[in-house]
Design a protein around this ligand. Structure first.
Ligand SMILES: Nc1ncnc2c1ncn2[C@@H]1O[C@H](COP(=O)(O)OP(=O)(O)OP(=O)(O)O)[C@@H](O)[C@H]1O
Ligand SMILES: [Mg+2]
Length: 248
């Protein structure tokens, strides 16, 4: 069995496969840990904080890293003061919030065995030469490309299936008690291949941000906040559609 666990990839009588070779080629050794070299990965996107790379083996996964240019040598954000840089997990606190939110959802739904929610599914952590990378599910649209809600509303006339998927997304977030940290129109991605129906998935700003975690503690308070974000995002969608002449 090759290390990647994908026997169908076996290329020859050797014990390895194309996927394993890809991983080996993109790694360097740091002490006892194999570290992925970013220069060997394909960049598929970025935000203001993170870079997003295609996973070298798993087509359905991506690797998120924090852009080195904004990181101080102590692992905090360079623009933050000493105190803030040393609080919590520094540049990794977004990863922590997202993982904790996912653990909470899996805990709550332990009885029903649900592991997929309207948030990207975290798959693990990986060492890279740009620091720790968060491996997550890759969300792709019907054309195989990544479509954020912002791009969709800017570039295409939205159809009823999009509006219905958006409404379902926010209803599910309220029902499932999904806590929003800083959710915006670029942090929602559209797909038609994740389940039986079109859906939006949250890929950024997931999890409790407040010092006193009132939204995580109270589903009612969280629900009010999710609805507030929904109103803001729907107004932005309408504005983009009007600006582009898709809506009058
Ligand atoms: N799970 C995913 N699947 C596919 N593409 C993704 C995924 N997550 C992020 N992306 C792409 O990468 C972009 C940036 O990702 P992300 O929002 O996590 O970075 P960020 O630096 O936190 O962004 P921001 O500056 O908006 O806060 C997204 O807008 C999207 O295009
Ligand atoms: Mg972000």
């Amino acid at each position: 069995m090759p290390p990647c666990g994908m026997p169908e990839n076996i290329t020859s009588s050797s014990s390895c496969c194309a996927g394993c070779i890809a991983v080996q080629d993109s790694r360097i050794k740091a002490g006892r840990t194999m570290v992925l070299e970013i220069k060997n990965l394909r960049k598929i996107g970025n935000g203001t904080i993170k870079d997003i790379y295609q996973h070298p083996v798993h087509a359905g996964q991506i690797i998120k890293t924090v852009q080195p240019a904004i990181v101080a040598s102590d692992g905090g954000f360079a623009r933050h003061g000493w105190l803030k840089r040393n609080l919590h997990q520094g540049i990794y606190r977004q990863f922590r919030r997202e993982i904790i939110q996912y653990l909470q959802l899996c805990k709550t739904h332990y009885g029903t065995g649900q592991f997929t929610f309207p948030v990207e599914t975290p798959c693990g952590l990986v060492a890279t030469d740009h620091g720790l990378g968060l491996v997550t599910e890759k969300i792709t649209g019907p054309d195989g490309q990544g479509w954020t809600l912002e791009a969709l509303a800017r570039d295409t006339p939205l159809q009823s299936r999009h509006y219905e998927a958006l409404e379902r997304f926010f209803d599910d977030c309220v029902r499932l008690h999904i806590v929003f940290g800083e959710v915006n129109i670029a942090g929602l991605m559209y797909t038609e291949s994740r389940s039986e129906q079109p859906e939006f998935v949250l890929v950024d700003g997931i999890g409790e941000k407040l010092l006193i975690p009132i939204r995580a503690m109270s589903a009612r308070i969280n629900g009010h906040y999710v609805r507030k974000v929904q109103r803001r995002i729907m107004a932005q969608v309408a504005q983009l559609q009007v600006e582009r002449g898709f809506l009058s």
